[in-house]
Write a protein that binds this ligand. Structure first.
Ligand code: DAH
Length: 339
C-alpha cells in the first residue's frame, strides 16, 4: 500500500512538472484527486487494510493528498506568472510609432445658422422655447385656425401617427403651447424639426427645421412686426439689406405676409443667387389671428401680437451659398468643414 501510494504520488508530481498550462493542471487534479481519481481510489482500498494499520495508512494517504494539493497550487502560480509575462511581452506598445491624428469635429451649417438667429433674437429680448416633434393634430392644425377639411391641411402633406397625433408639419404649434402656458408679454422663438411627406430633392426634405417667432403684448401692431423683422434681416445679411413685405395668406395670421430681403450677393441688381429678380423670400409672418388668441386663452380685445416662421435650411443654404439641400444631410466631413 505504501509503495503503491509513493508510486502514484511520484507519477503525479512528474506529470505536474511537465504540465504546460493551467488547464492541464485541472486534468491532473481530476485524475488523482477527483471522485474517481487514483488517490481517491486508494483511499477506498482502506477496507482491505488491517484495522490496526488503518490510522497509519490513512495518515499516509492524507499526507500524499496534501503534498499533491500543495504542488498543484505552486505549479498553478508558476504557470500563471509565466502566462502573464508572455502576455506583457506580446502586448508591449511601440511608443515610437506615429500617433493617430485626432480630428476635431465641426458645427453643422444648420447649427451655425440657428445659433446666429438665436443670438439676434436673444439680443432683442426673446426667450428660446421648444415643443414636441410628435404633436396633437389639435395644436398643429385646429388651434391654429386650420380646421378639418381646410385646404391648407392637405398642402402640408402630414405624417399621421393616428387620427389625433401627427409629426408636426410646422413649429407654429409651439405658439399655442406658449400662449397656454405664459401670460403676456410674450416674446419667444421656437426652433425645431418639422416633417412633411415630401420627396427628397435639391430644395425639399421630409425632415427640415423651422424657427417660429411669437410676440404678444398690449398694443402690438404691424409696425412692430416690420421693424423687428427688418432689424433681424439687417443683422443677419448685413446693414445694406432692404426688406419687402408681400401680402400672403396663412390661416393663423391676419393680415399675413411673406418677407423678401434684397439679394445680399448682388445688392438687388439680379444674379444667380436671387434667380435674377433681386429679392429673396425668407419667411412668412403676420398678426396673430384673433381666433388663435382666443383659443389659446388670450383676450384679443386686450392683446395683439405678431408671429413669423423662418425655414432654417433656407437661411443656411443662402448664407453659405450651398445650392443643394441634400448636402446638409449627407454628413460628409469634407463638405461640413468648409463653413
Ligand atoms: N407655419 C408656416 C409654414 O410652415 C410658416 C409661418 C407663416 C409661421 C406665418 C408663422 C407665420 O408664425 O406667422 O409654412
Amino acid at each position: 500500500m505504501k509503495e503503491k501510494l509513493e508510486q502514484v504520488c511520484q507519477e503525479a508530481l512528474a506529470r505536474l512538472e511537465k504540465a504546460g498550462s493551467v488547464e492541464e493542471l485541472g486534468v491532473i487534479r481530476v485524475a488523482y484527486l477527483g471522485k474517481k481519481g487514483q488517490l481517491t481510489e486508494l483511499l477506498k482500498g482502506m477496507r482491505d487494510v488491517d484495522p490496526e494499520d488503518r490510522p497509519k495508512v490513512g495518515q499516509l494517504v492524507n499526507e500524499a493528498r496534501a503534498r499533491l494539493e500543495g504542488s498543484l497550487e505552486a505549479r498553478k502560480k508558476e504557470l500563471a506568472a509565466k502566462a502573464l509575462e508572455e502576455q506583457l511581452r506580446s502586448e508591449t506598445i511601440d511608443v515610437t510609432l506615429p500617433a493617430k491624428r485626432n480630428r476635431v469635429g465641426h458645427r453643422h451649417p444648420n447649427t451655425i445658422a440657428l445659433e446666429e438667429l438665436e443670438r439676434i433674437f436673444i439680443g432683442m429680448g426673446y426667450e428660446v422655447v421648444e415643443g414636441p416633434e410628435v404633436e396633437y393634430d389639435y395644436y398643429n392644425f385646429e388651434a391654429l385656425n386650420i380646421p378639418a377639411n381646410h385646404p391648407a391641411k392637405d398642402e402640408q402633406d402630414t405624417f399621421y401617427i393616428n387620427k389625433d397625433i401627427v409629426l408636426r408639419t410646422q413649429t407654429s404649434p409651439v405658439q399655442v403651447r406658449t400662449m397656454e402656458q405664459q401670460k403676456p408679454p410674450i416674446r419667444v422663438i421656437a426652433p425645431g424639426r418639422v416633417f412633411r411627406s415630401d420627396e427628397v430633392d435639391a430644395t425639399h426634405s421630409p425632415c427640415f427645421h423651422q424657427v417660429e417667432g411669437l410676440v404678444i403684448d398690449k398694443g402690438i401692431t404691424f409696425a412692430d412686426l416690420k421693424g423687428t423683422l427688418q432689424d433681424f434681416a439687417r443683422e443677419l445679411f448685413g446693414p445694406e439689406t432692404r426688406v419687402k413685405f408681400r401680402p400672403h395668406h396663412f390661416p393663423f395670421t391676419e393680415p399675413s405676409a411673406e418677407m423678401d430681403v434684397s439679394c445680399f450677393k448682388c445688392g438687388g441688381k439680379g444674379c444667380r443667387m436671387c434667380k435674377g429678380n433681386g429679392w429673396i423670400e425668407i419667411l412668412g409672418c403676420g398678426m396673430v389671428h384673433p381666433k388663435v388668441l382666443r383659443m389659446s386663452g388670450i383676450d384679443p380685445d386686450e392683446y395683439t401680437g405678431f408671429a413669423f416662421g423662418i425655414g432654417l435650411e433656407r437661411i443656411a443654404l443662402l448664407k453659405y451659398e450651398i445650392d443643394d439641400m441634400r448636402l446638409l444631410y449627407e454628413n460628409d466631413e469634407r463638405f461640413l468643414r468648409q463653413f
